[in-house]
Design a protein around this ligand. Sequence first.
Ligand code: PAF
Length: 288
Amino acid sequence: MSRPVLVRERGALEEILSGWHRLGESVALVPTMGNLHAGHHRLVERARELAPRVVVSIFVNPTQFGPNEDYLRYPRTLERDLQGLEPLGVDLVYAPEVADLYPLGVRGAVRIEVPGLSEILCGASRPGHFSGVATVVLRLLTAVRPGVAVFGEKDYQQCALIRHLVRDLALPVVIDRVPTLRDPDGLALSSRNQYLSALERHEAPFLYRTLRAIVDALEAGSRDFLQLERDACARLEDSGWSPDYVAIRAEETLAEPDPHARPAAYRVLGAARLGTTRLIDNIGWRQS
Ligand code: PAF
């Protein structure tokens, strides 16, 4: 396989896309912020199954970072990312400058709001984050015009939000969700894992185990969602974590579930800080 073509601006992107469209070749897009790891590579492999052309976007999106978050510190590793993509059959990497995606500047940018889904769970502790995600994803979809876009389930709320966006605006794109890739000890692969100290890395799978324990309790018939959530937060706190939330939600809408609904599909989600690193994870469970 060969190195993907690197495109930094919209005009050049448009030229290549028009060529593919003329030949009737559809595109699968994998939107990323770079600093790619095996989890992203899995998304690319999935994209290859879905369309003859694969585009990976690499863009650290300023509008999804809060004032105290790590926008400037976020690792930019373009050369390493391109090398990692070489064996995967990616046709094009679109890595625009900020001005290419936000031609009127970030402050003057038209923003997308997704009410409800933006404010709950991770949105409660990261105001503006999901509006920034929706805003950049819409811009990327408009620029690349893929038939399908592939996202990882590790960012489950993000997936739900993007599906909502696509449904509400009737965008001609399918959103494909890929299950979370994990290390053998259960830790979900994430760019943030590199911030963990050796000791924290050892402790980090505890978030996954805590969510698993909830799934086991649901499996055993427990439906006291609030108590299960509280117990999970207490266990995380006892182990030195600072939980933002642990929540059992309806799988598609992320609404608070009706314990009597059957058959029911739930998502168990959690976000917690270990030292200075904020980790998130989630697991699905279906009542049979
Ligand atoms: O999941 C990410 O890496 C980002 O939130 C995304 C979807 C690329 C938007 O910047």
